[in-house]
Write a protein that binds this ligand. Sequence first.
Ligand SMILES: Nc1ncnc2c1ncn2[C@@H]1O[C@H](COP(=O)(O)OP(=O)(O)OP(=O)(O)O)[C@@H](O)[C@H]1O
Ligand SMILES: [Mg+2]
Length: 292
Amino acid sequence: MIVIDKLTKSFPHKDKQGKQTEKLAVDGLSLAVRPGEVFGLLGPNGAGKTTTIRMLTMQLKPTAGCIAYGGRDIYSPGEAQRVKNRIGVVPQHVNFDQDLTVGENMELHARLHHMERAERQARIAELLNYVELTDVINDNVRRLSGGMKRRLLIARALIHKPQILFMDEPTVALDPQVRRRIWDLVRGLARDGVTVFLTTHYIEEAENLCQRVAILNKGKLSALDTPANFKEQLGKFTVEWDGENGREYRFFGEKEAAAEFAGKQEAAGGILIRPTNLEDVFIELTGHKGGL
Ligand SMILES: Nc1ncnc2c1ncn2[C@@H]1O[C@H](COP(=O)(O)OP(=O)(O)OP(=O)(O)O)[C@@H](O)[C@H]1O
Ligand SMILES: [Mg+2]
């Protein structure tokens, strides 16, 4: 169980007049993630997702608040090594040594985790097979495509069999096929009992992959629920049409009510009744369009 309690991070910041102030990147975030859950942190650019992940993975010390794994505060003395053994991290930006080969990068990481030679070799072979990169084991990382690099980041994060995997925008800028391939990998990990905490601004990703989703906006938690409950609360049916200021949306709990409303808007162009999706929820809660 991951328990986050009033987690806060402020950075020094210069305002427009050049005066030194504080910027709250994460502002009193509290939530809990269950073991084996795929949990999504969704939010527009600058919402505080990466800052949250960096605090959860001990790369950045919180200004205030508490993070506990299995009931133990990760920042309490002597906890750091135990935490590092339990977690794997897929960062937002690729950070390999580009001059090393795929195999050498994996080897380096395995050594950092003090794995024995035979164990290292077996695990590297198993993981490269899992992410379908066995054929490029001797290629320099700089020669890999973006999708291959992302898959290698996942393999690298899994080298020491972590119980919790943090993924910061795991499929950013990938084509739909590679994205789906990564979703399959994540589902497979969850089936094996790994807890997955991911950030994304692809609504479709959260909807397809996450059991529960927290929506973060300007460092604050706007809402937390299952994708199905979010849609149910907004209204499972959406009527949209061309309004004076672009597309307009109304949400209804019952299909009949949506149809009745749409029937009265005959003069409106492009009228459409469709199931509500998580993007509608996201826009309602944050005022931002997702999928940037
Ligand atoms: N090291 C830092 N120093 C100062 N400000 C920072 C630092 N890191 C992040 N911030 C600020 O904190 C806020 C949250 O940034 P963060 O990177 O966590 O957002 P994000 O949700 O991951 O955004 P994105 O979707 O663009 O990756 C932003 O306003 C950012 O400018
Ligand atoms: Mg980020």
